[in-house]
Design a protein around this ligand. Structure first.
Ligand code: MN
Length: 372
């Protein structure tokens, strides 16, 4: 009897001792994952909070990447917090509300703070005083920006559909489990930036989408995307200049500064009406904005493929001339495109090339002179 008890006790102790080992063994990251974690952790984050922030005029991808990457850093033991550069747009508000996930707080001045930048890497797209901040990481899909106030840090830049896909890759590489909430948050970025896998989409975006869709437990992602589109095109109660600045980015090329806004409308009549309003808003606020040229692009979200998909307008005349030089499709008042035109992939590269060519040849359109 005594012997039996002893053996039972021994077996019990053995079970208790081995149970946590078995548990940790299944969650222990592989050597490769440890290596990926080390890449992210090689930066000295210090004891201060690291803010994970996207670009000005936040969109769904920027907010998605900030929330999900801050969560990843937390999982890796870094004191990180997701923030946004300003009020989020109606699309982001709609989808976060649908998920029951809180909108991150606003940080609009960078001085003295520490950041990981997501979905941007240029000072022109960052919040005020970013040159006075410390940047400890970058994840972007807009090429290599101008941010230089960094140590030797982990930077990831790829020609990919959404920054959320880059965050997804980091989770998988580091073997950090993806919760249902984080799967949903990352899907928000992919759905928005790839227009539900129809624009700028790479194979990696599709892989991320499928994996995250399974984890998200959302039945109908197409319906969710339609809800996002409807929310994005809902500018109720907003002034025209607020609409213009909702999804707006600034650029500087060859000494010329310009702003470009991305707006949504359903059907060609609504697109034309929105173009008229944006033209008036650009003219009325031209001095206040203080850039050389302003552009507005209106995308058709009607889903009617028989219609033209993109309209553009520009202000002042130099900007109209530049746009005409790029696309040559001025149709009365508007530049009209059969297909959807991506700001990042189509419009900005064309404007950049034309401005650089103007500088080289002293073009009469823009009145630019070659650099001395
Ligand atoms: Mn993006």
């Amino acid at each position: 009897m005594k012997l039996h008890c002893t053996w039972l006790t021994f077996a019990l102790i053995l079970t208790l001792a081995l149970a946590p080992m078995a548990l940790t063994e299944t969650t222990e990251p592989s050597r490769l994952a440890q290596g990926y974690r080390e890449l992210i952790l090689s930066t000295n984050y210090g004891d201060d909070v690291t803010y994970v922030i996207g670009h000005r005029h936040p969109d769904s991808d920027t907010v998605s990447a900030a929330i999900a990457y801050a969560n990843l850093l937390n999982a890796l033991g870094v004191r990180a917090e997701a923030v946004v550069s300003g009020p989020v747009n109606n699309e982001t508000k709609y989808v976060l509300d649908f998920f029951g996930i809180e909108i991150p707080p606003i940080v609009d001045n960078a001085e003295g703070k520490q950041f990981v930048l997501v979905d941007h890497s240029a000072y022109t797209h960052a919040i005020d005083e970013m040159p006075m901040a410390r940047v400890v990481g970058v994840l972007d899909h807009h090429g290599i920006g101008s941010v230089q106030n960094t140590d030797f840090i982990n930077v990831r830049s790829a020609p990919i559909g959404s920054t959320a896909t880059l965050v997804y890759l980091s989770y998988r590489e580091c073997e950090v489990p993806i919760s249902q909430d984080m799967a949903r948050v990352m899907l928000m970025g992919i759905l928005s930036d790839t227009k539900n896998l129809t624009s700028n989409t790479t194979e990696m975006d599709r892989i991320a989408y499928e994996d995250l869709a399974a984890l998200s437990a959302i039945e109908d992602l197409d319906a969710l995307y339609q809800g996002m589109q409807d929310a994005a095109a809902n500018y109720d109660g907003m002034s025209d200049i607020d609409i213009y600045l909702t999804d707006y980015k600034e650029y500087a090329v060859a000494g010329v500064t310009f702003g470009a806004s991305d707006i949504k409308a359903s059907g060609e009549a609504a697109m034309a009406e929105m173009c008229d309003r944006m033209l008036a808003a650009m003219e009325a606020n031209y001095e206040t904005i203080g850039l050389d040229m302003l552009f507005a692009k209106v995308s058709n979200i009607s889903g009617n493929t028989g219609e033209n998909q993109t309209y553009m307008v520009a202000y002042p005349e130099t900007a109209v001339a530049l746009l005409n030089k790029c696309f040559g499709n001025l149709d009365g008042k508007y530049f009209v495109f059969r297909e959807y035109q991506s700001r990042k992939k189509a419009v900005i590269p064309a404007l950049t090339a034309a401005l650089e060519a103007d500088i080289a040849e002293e073009a009469p359109e823009t009145g630019l002179k070659p650099a001395a």
